[in-house]
Design a protein. Structure first.
Length: 116
């Protein structure tokens, strides 16, 4: 069973920043783009950013210019980061990482709350 572990969430004021981290087995992502998703109650999970094994990135329009996704392989462990700047109220959600295609079992996610 592949385990995805997200961390780094918290409460932040509008305009603030957070850096989310995800730890996953490198072998499970070697051939796949890694994605950061977010979900709010009553809404489907939304892909907000992804990064391919070669480092190409894609973002949903609502986070372009504010979020930066990256991935680092080290000792058979993949770390996927999401640097979130200029946070807005609407960024409040539970954030998850997973493969962009053929998703694995979802982790617990990390809660981001943007509040004044």
């Amino acid at each position: 069973q592949v385990q995805l572990v997200e961390s780094g969430g918290g409460v932040v004021q509008p305009g603030g920043s957070l850096r989310l981290s995800c730890v996953a087995p490198e072998t499970s992502f070697r051939l796949y783009a890694a994605g950061w998703y977010r979900q709010t109650p009553g809404k489907p999970r939304e892909l907000v950013a992804s990064v391919t094994p070669s480092g190409n990135t894609n973002y949903v329009d609502s986070v372009k210019g504010r979020f930066t996704v990256s991935r680092v392989n080290a000792e058979n462990t993949l770390r996927v980061y999401l640097q979130m700047n200029s946070l807005k109220f609407e960024d409040t959600a539970v954030y998850y990482c997973n493969r962009k295609s053929v998703p694995l079992e979802w982790g617990q996610g990390t809660q981001v709350i943007v509040s004044s």
